[in-house]
Write a protein that binds this ligand. Structure first.
Ligand code: ATP
Ligand code: MG
Length: 249
């Protein structure tokens, strides 16, 4: 049985999502390595005050702009993302008209199907999970993609990604949008747009932008966006938060 987290606990949300991800690990949606990745994310989130910074919000808006202007945008889904925000990624997929594709580092047929079923239970009409193509120059299981999805995409949204695949996707000419709480990861530095925020906040913010932004606004937003500048700004919030905490000691 899962623990009941009291709502007045100072780490309420953090504990709630921990419970959720542990539950999904027991169901075989999340792998044990995914729990470690989540913990690394929590550490960065903690040091950013567990909130969406103004820089992250800007990146979220630019990401939606790029996805809306894309010819064939695809949302890549792994176990953690599906466990944390299943309903929200289905909503984002619909708002952007971007298919969901299951892509796993620790891939098994059974696990991929389980994730697809979870998304369908949350309203997804279609989930791409049966690979019939490969990304060149990538040896991990993440090379396996679908022709209708990632293989033919021009823009791919990824979360909790590893640097290798981001690099491989870039090499074959895709634009990559990454959601990664670690502003220093290879993924974060390699992506075209990097959102330094927790997926539990980033995805809902993106749904809102997807519903609100006009084509004109999308174009303007992209013209004004500079990813390396924005990434530095995100890292600065981290530094300032740590500095403030040190002064309070
Ligand atoms: P790279 O190869 O790009 O340097 P990595 O190997 O450090 O990446 P992994 O451990 O493979 O990264 O993936 C986990 C990444 O996802 C970490 O950078 C972590 O901070 C981030 N992360 C974990 N949980 C979340 C979350 N809920 N929202 C956003 N990012 C998260
Ligand atoms: Mg890695």
């Amino acid at each position: 049985m899962s623990l009941i987290v009291p709502p007045d606990h100072p780490r309420y949300y953090s504990l709630l999502y921990r419970e959720r991800i542990v539950e999904k690990a027991k169901e075989g949606v999340v792998v044990l390595q995914g729990l470690i990745a989540h913990g690394r994310g929590e550490a960065f989130d903690y040091m950013m005050g567990e909130r969406t910074t103004p820089a992250a919000l800007k990146a979220e808006k630019a990401a939606v702009a790029l996805l809306k202007l894309a010819k064939h945008p695809v949302i890549s889904v792994n176990g953690n993302l599906a466990a944390l925000v299943p309903r929200e990624i289905v909503m984002l997929s619909k708002a952007l008209n971007a298919p969901l594709e299951v892509n796993l580092f620790y891939r098994s047929e059974e696990r991929a199907k389980r994730i697809a079923d979870l998304l369908k239970a949350h309203g997804a009409e279609e989930v791409l999970w049966k690979p019939d193509a490969e990304i060149e120059g990538l040896s991990s299981e993440r090379r396996k993609v679908t022709r209708r999805g990632i293989a033919s995409a021009d823009v791919v949204l990824v979360a909790l990604e590893d640097g290798d695949r981001t690099e491989a996707l870039k090499r074959v000419g895709k634009k990559v949008i990454a959601i990664d709480l670690n502003p220093f990861s290879r993924t974060a530095r390699m992506a075209d747009i990097t959102i330094v925020d927790n997926v539990i906040r980033a995805i809902p913010n993106m749904i809102k932008f997807a519903e609100e932004m006009s084509e004109e606004e999308c174009k303007r937003t992209l013209e004004d966006f500079d990813n390396s500048l924005n990434l530095r700004e995100s890292a600065k919030y981290l530094k300032e938060w740590v500095q403030r905490m040190i002064e309070e000691l």
